[in-house]
Design a protein around this ligand. Structure first.
Ligand code: HEC
Ligand code: HEC
Ligand code: HEC
Ligand code: HEC
Ligand code: HEC
Length: 192
């Protein structure tokens, strides 16, 4: 009799214990060991200071809405001005930075954005493979959280008022992450 009554109680107790002792995993990208290493990048003067925080954090626009190619090619791509104007022909038109953007648009020019990240030409890198592995083929990972994977190599861009290089992206950084996540280790995979 007593055994019958205790069993569910014990099961509940075990469940609570397991819950409390298992690491909290939600805040982390599942099935991934994040790379280690920081870099103190200087501000890159841009033709228009583009605030990632206003777009990606406050207005929750997905990184891949603008960096469309990241999921299917080597490069992530900088969005064309037409994409900006989809919103900025009506949003914040009184702001100086938007007026400058509109001038470029009317001249049919793109603001000459400067590169923030640039690995040497002898290095082979591709966004597609990394996004496939850590987002699209990764069970338990949602596309809405893609910025956490971008953050592995670019830091918390969604908090930035100006994009900055905050990860070293040197050989040690890449190789250590490949070792920790079963990525390729052959020299020729990263060097053509
Ligand atoms: C509304 C469009 C938009 C969204 C959304 C957006 N970006 Fe950007 N991103 C840009 C523009 C425009 C630039 C070029 C200006 C600059 O570098 O500051 C840029 C630049 C960058 C760069 C630097 C590129 C280089 O030259 O190396 C990185 C890295 C980046 N974005 C990552 C992200 C990540 C990660 C997210 C999501 C958290 C994101 N972006 C969301 C428009 C966007
Ligand atoms: C999906 C809509 C959307 C797109 C696309 C978009 N923006 Fe914005 N942007 C906003 C919103 C919303 C704000 C905040 C406006 C406000 O505070 O009044 C904003 C604010 C800004 C600001 C700050 C303006 C200021 O001085 O307060 C800049 C600069 C800017 N956007 C540039 C761009 C550029 C460049 C692109 C294209 C790469 C772009 N935006 C694409 C919605 C968008
Ligand atoms: C595994 C590391 C890694 C991840 C993850 C990553 N990037 Fe990159 N990204 C790089 C490297 C390395 C470069 C420089 C490439 C070069 O110089 O050829 C770069 C360059 C860029 C650039 C500028 C040049 C280009 O490719 O258009 C943008 C924009 C960018 N990344 C956005 C993103 C976004 C958005 C995400 C997430 C959806 C992301 N990256 C995820 C490593 C990464
Ligand atoms: C977050 C950890 C991580 C970081 C940081 C990282 N990689 Fe990777 N990379 C991987 C993994 C895992 C794979 C294997 C993906 C798969 O399943 O195909 C991979 C695959 C690749 C491939 C594809 C190889 C092939 O099979 O064609 C190249 C090239 C590559 N990485 C280069 C780089 C370079 C260069 C850097 C640094 C700028 C870098 N990676 C940074 C984890 C990482
Ligand atoms: C996961 C990608 C990756 C692998 C694997 C890799 N490298 Fe590299 N390597 C890089 C990157 C990224 C750089 C650029 C470093 C920089 O910009 O500071 C680099 C730079 C170099 C350089 C230039 C010298 C220097 O340090 O500036 C040499 C030489 C080199 N690698 C040789 C090798 C050899 C040999 C192997 C195999 C044992 C190898 N690499 C494997 C990513 C890789």
């Amino acid at each position: 009799m007593a055994r019958v009554l205790w069993a569910p109680f014990l099961a509940a107790l075990v469940a609570v214990f397991v819950l409390l002792s298992s690491p909290v995993t939600y805040a982390e990208v599942p099935n991934a060991v994040p790379p280690k290493g920081e870099h103190n990048g200087k501000d890159v003067p841009q033709p228009i200071e583009f605030p990632h925080d206003i777009h990606a954090k406050i207005n929750e626009i997905n990184c891949m809405y603008c960096h469309t190619y990241a999921r299917r090619s080597k490069v992530a791509g900088i969005p064309p001005t037409s994409k900006c104007m989809g919103c900025h022909s009506v949003i914040a038109t009184d702001k100086p930075r938007i007026q400058k953007l509109t001038e470029y648009w009317e001249k049919r020019e793109s603001p000459p954005w400067k590169k923030v990240h640039d690995v040497p030409d002898y290095v082979h890198f591709t966004h597609e493979k990394h996004l496939k592995r850590f987002v699209f083929d990764n069970e338990g990972m949602e596309v809405e959280r893609v910025s956490e994977v971008c953050a592995f190599c670019h830091g918390e861009v969604k908090n930035m008022t100006v994009a900055n290089k905050v990860k070293p992206l040197n050989m040690g950084f890449c190789v250590r992450c490949h070792e920790a996540n079963d990525g390729p280790s052959d020299c020729w995979k990263c060097h053509k």
